[in-house]
Design a protein around this ligand. Structure first.
Ligand SMILES: Cc1cc2nc3c(=O)[nH]c(=O)nc-3n(C[C@H](O)[C@H](O)[C@H](O)COP(=O)(O)OP(=O)(O)OC[C@H]3O[C@@H](n4cnc5c(N)ncnc54)[C@H](O)[C@@H]3O)c2cc1C
Length: 396
């Protein structure tokens, strides 16, 4: 019987384990991936202050701290079912059933699939798969590719592929269909571009993005967006072009790119064939929260946090006794926020009253200074979910 089992050895799960071990709780961290670190392992980007964020080093820092505290971490273990018991939780895994008083679910996020014609050809992958192959497994994903989907994650990973010496023709939107919706709408995508422009290497772009904070400037920017795209790190980012088809017989050979109107409609006769041997599709992220729903944790849909979120309070407790959540399962944010939330969840589980208040402040300050923001209005989304927790508690 463990005091706490943590599902997910990403930055949230590892930080929580460290905080729990400081209070000498009996902790087990499990993860289905062969190595601990979660999505942190694949991250490599330059912060606006010029410093590099190297996920492998950050993971090692967490593992060193965990090891000093004799934390039990087991990889290659997948949780597929959870039961609530009188004393806590029973977690069903591929190595058997684990008993615990407290459970922290820190399973992170998954990528939203964006179907476009030809997407089942070998050589088409999600942008996250390209990140893992390049930065974790050191596998070259191809020689020359295109990124379909313009958002904060695809921009960050496109840069990582470039650093690894992989040529990218450009980034463009997906063809508009009932699934791609906002991802295929230049006006919506422009709102997101403004949030990543501060990472741009060019001072001109960073300066320009300040003006683009008002809606009418963004509107003009969409209408007069340059035909050749706006270059970031030498790579054109197109929001008035869409990939309508991925072509090939045995594998990816080319893509068909079209000009689109500011509402995402294809402009007839504008098709161009671009030779590429791989395609990365970026449809955004949503919280991976199925395990919380299996035990009956209540959920709320919060657009600003990226999807359906297990209801929880500011201290990462859910309405179910002994069940906690931390990291991207509570909303899509950067790894630094996930790490701060993990520490907070760990102190909450350990009932370390002295440290909880400071950990809550750390989550807020990390969020305020985050260089990568996946969704606008994160703070409002957080407040909504915390209010739901209070309403839920009162109703019980
Ligand atoms: C593809 C992708 C790329 C990203 N790139 C960036 C980036 O470049 N920069 C950035 O700041 N953020 C990025 N993020 C956001 C990222 O998720 C956070 O930065 C951070 O890693 C979240 O930490 P976490 O601990 O909540 O989850 P994760 O780091 O995702 O860790 C969750 C862990 O849970 C494990 N797990 C899930 N389900 C189970 C199960 N049923 N049983 C056992 N183990 C399970 C997974 O294997 C994983 O190791 C990315 C997210 C994704 C999905």
């Amino acid at each position: 019987m463990y005091d706490v089992v943590i599902i997910g050895a990403g930055p949230a799960g590892l930080s929580a384990a460290i905080a729990c071990r400081e209070s000498d709780l009996k902790v087990l961290v499990i993860d289905e991936f062969p190595k601990p670190g979660g999505r942190l392992l694949g991250q490599l980007h330059q912060e606006p202050n010029g410093e590099w964020w190297n996920g492998i080093k950050e993971t090692q820092n967490l593992l060193d701290q965990a090891e000093k505290l004799h934390t039990e971490i087991t990889c290659g273990v997948s949780a597929h079912h959870i039961e609530k018991t009188e004393h806590g939780y029973m977690i069903h895994t591929n190595i058997g059933v684990l008993d615990t008083t407290n459970l922290l679910i820190a399973t992170g996020a998954a990528e939203t699939a964006v179907p476009i014609p030809g997407w089942t050809l070998p050589g088409v992958m999600s942008i996250g798969a390209a990140q893992v192959m390049t930065n974790v497994h050191r596998v070259r994903v191809g020689n020359k590719g295109v990124v379909v989907g313009v958002n904060v994650l695809s921009a960050a990973i496109a840069r990582e592929l470039q650093i690894a010496g992989i040529e990218l023709h450009s980034m463009a939107l997906p063809i508009s269909n009932p699934v791609t919706k906002n991802h295929a709408n230049p006006r919506h995508v422009m709102d997101g571009l403004v949030r990543i422009a501060h990472l741009a290497p060019s001072a001109f772009l960073r300066f320009g993005s300040k003006f683009a904070k008002s809606a009418w400037v963004r509107n003009i920017a969409v209408n007069f967006y340059p035909k050749s795209g706006v270059k970031m790190w030498g790579m054109p980012i197109h929001i008035r072009k869409a990939i309508v088809q991925i072509n090939g017989t045995e594998k990816v050979e080319s893509v068909t790119m079209c000009d689109i109107t500011s509402d995402g409609e294809i402009i007839a006769g504008s098709e161009k064939i671009i030779d590429v041997d791989f395609v990365c599709i970026a449809g955004g992220l949503y919280p991976l929260a199925e395990l919380a729903s299996v035990i009956g944790c209540p959920f709320q849909y919060v657009e600003e946090l990226g999807g359906h979120i297990p209801i929880h309070n500011e201290q990462m407790e859910t309405p179910l006794n002994g069940l906690y959540v931390a990291g991207n399962i509570t909303g899509i944010e950067s790894a630094k926020v996930a790490r701060a939330q993990g520490t907070l969840a760990g102190y909450s589980i350990a009932k370390n009253i002295d440290k909880i208040q400071q950990a809550m402040k750390d989550v807020k300050s990390t969020r305020d200074s985050a260089s990568i923001q996946f969704h606008p209005d994160i703070v409002e989304g957080r407040e909504r979910i915390h209010r739901s927790f209070q309403t839920y508690e009162k109703a019980q």
